[in-house]
Design a protein around this ligand. Structure first.
Ligand code: 6U4
Length: 180
């Protein structure tokens, strides 16, 4: 059974961790964009803020007056200097006790236009798809990346305990979204 917050008709891909799911909280919407090209994927090294020193896709909060897709395009331009024909790849619920749930819409594209440019927030860097720096990324990503890379839509939930500045993954559940 998928955990609270995910739809009932997902096919389980993997799950792990222990304990109870954290209680329901208000949702805040975010985006995250991954650009692929041939055998490579573009990640950004985060230079400031939450997730500093981790590699991630390009993204951030959805503003009240914009669609999720518009937010994803805006963040891709702001953080990496490019634009791309984005496809919705999946969603991730990032849950930390005492905070709003982050509902992250994840997009992918296999091409882009513009010149990849470092920003104040992110330093873009290409990685071979066979050599992704999972040890230097959010811990949940290694569990859903196989679906992102194989073009299978997914919905995932990852609950993290917070210890000071550190986020420690406690429990996760990844499902394949076969509706689309
Ligand atoms: N790849 C990822 N895997 C994961 O498990 N959690 C992620 C994630 N990317 C982001 N998160 C979580 C961390 C954070 O709580 C939330 C939003 O993170 P972001 O880095 O996108 O947002 P920012 O706070 O930088 O937003 P902006 O200031 O609008 O750029 O989602």
């Amino acid at each position: 059974m998928p955990p609270p917050g995910l739809s009932d008709d997902l096919q389980k891909f993997n799950a792990g961790g222990s304990g109870d799911w954290f209680p329901v909280a208000e949702i805040r919407y975010y985006t995250n964009v991954f650009i692929m090209y041939e055998d490579k994927i573009l990640l950004g090294y985060k230079k400031r803020g939450l997730g500093i020193h981790k590699y991630n896709g390009f993204g951030g909060k959805v503003e009240p007056d914009e669609s999720t897709l518009d937010a994803a395009l805006r963040e891709l331009k702001e953080e990496a200097g490019i634009t791309a024909p984005l496809i919705h790849a999946g969603t991730l619920l990032f849950v930390v006790p005492g905070q709003k749930w982050a509902h992250i819409d994840i997009f992918r594209a296999d091409e882009y236009t513009g010149t990849i440019t470092e920003s104040d927030e992110m330093r873009p860097e290409w990685f071979e798809k066979t050599n992704i720096p999972f040890d230097n990324m959010w811990d949940s990503d290694r569990h859903w990346f196989p679906l992102l890379l194989s073009n299978q839509r997914f919905s995932a939930r990852a609950d993290f305990d917070r210890e000071g500045e550190k986020y420690i993954q406690k429990k996760w559940w990844i499902g394949i979204d076969s509706k689309t």
